[in-house]
Design a protein. Structure first.
Length: 340
């Protein structure tokens, strides 16, 4: 296993791994492996498996998918220096069971989701994370309410940062005020050199990567991202991620990169189906992967989950408007090897 804390602090591009299904909505092992190979070849520094983009339905014991999906990714990564984070969710007993599974499969950390815990108290949520942290290092997760998360106040994050094995926080409320709550908590905890701030704000990816917060004399910046958006066009995402890292390290302003950032956000609006309350967000990612040949279709576990009306037209629009964001040539040059 790699040094999880050091890896996160160094800064990683981490795609949220999708779920490859066949026409019968069963696991397509060949294409599931191909996706992991794609992310490794595209230069991703990590992968997140069992998270929202992988579909929370795999955590249902009746589906029987969590173990095989985690196993396939771990097997493909092997000894490569790629940070592996497993999503865990559900009530405490389930979260513990899933964290133990991830540890058995040699994952480096768990991303703790509070999906399905809307009625839990703040103290119960903190205890939830603390127990998980006794099994593997933990990355906290601020998930926006529209896709199953909940609003969490500053004092929650400040308390969470007292957990020693907390190594990072993924911030994905799609809200600047709530994002600052987390940055402020890290700054005021005195752990800015121990806990990595990661963006999950798909509406603000590049701007987040360029942003530092200076609060009370402590500087906190986004070290990297863990994003569903990076499940597609990953090789091109690596390019603007590295440009953002250089700009931050050299403390220079890259105005052209800010323009790219607005184009990434426009593309994300189409892929994530913002116009329809994110209902087609997973299917939108699947559609890009289908067009590239990495997936056979855009099927989801829920047969009612698909593109929203008008979403395909929006996807066509952004594909035509921003061809430089697409890595179609890269995929076509390697896909035969990934599908072997």
């Amino acid at each position: 296993m790699i040094d999880a804390r050091r890896s996160l602090l160094d800064g990683l591009l981490i795609p949220a791994h999708p779920l490859a299904l066949n026409r019968q909505r069963k696991l397509d092992e060949r294409r599931q492996r191909a996706l992991t190979r794609y992310y490794a070849a595209a230069g991703a520094g990590g992968i997140a498996v069992g998270v929202h983009t992988t579909q929370f339905g795999i955590h249902d014991p009746n589906a029987g998918l969590l173990r095989p999906v985690l196993e396939l990714a771990a097997d493909e990564v092997g000894s490569k220096p790629i940070f592996k984070v497993a999503g865990v969710c559900g009530p405490l007993k389930q979260a513990v069971r899933e964290a133990q599974l991830a540890a058995t499969l040699r994952y480096d950390a768990v991303l703790v989701s509070f999906s399905g815990l809307r009625d839990a108290s703040i103290s119960e949520l903190i205890e939830h994370v603390k127990v998980a942290s006794e099994i593997l290092p933990v990355v906290g997760f601020y998930l926006q309410p529209s896709v199953g998360g909940r609003l969490l106040p500053y004092h929650f994050w400040r308390s969470l940062l007292q957990i020693e094995n907390m190594i990072g926080i993924k911030v994905a409320p799609f809200n600047r005020y709530q994002t600052i709550d987390v940055a402020r908590a890290i700054a005021e905890s005195g752990r800015s050199k121990e806990v990595a701030l990661y963006t999950g704000n798909d509406d603000n990816i590049v701007a987040d990567l360029l942003t530092s917060y200076e609060i009370g004399g402590e500087r906190v910046r986004f070290r990297g991202g863990l994003l569903g958006h990076w499940a597609v066009w990953t090789e091109r995402a690596r390019n603007y991620f590295e440009r953002a890292q250089r700009a931050v390290n050299e403390r220079c302003i890259d105005l052209e990169l800010l323009t790219v950032g607005s184009q990434v956000t426009d593309a994300n609006a189409a892929l994530f189906d913002v116009a329809n309350g994110f209902r087609g967000c997973i299917a939108g990612l699947h559609e890009i992967l289908r067009r590239q040949g990495l997936l056979e279709g855009r099927w989801c576990l829920d047969p009612h989950e698909d593109l929203s009306p008008g979403q395909e037209d929006e996807i066509n629009r952004v594909c035509q408007s921003y061809p430089f964001l697409r890595d179609d040539d890269f995929v076509q040059n390697h896909i035969d090897d990934w599908l072997k």
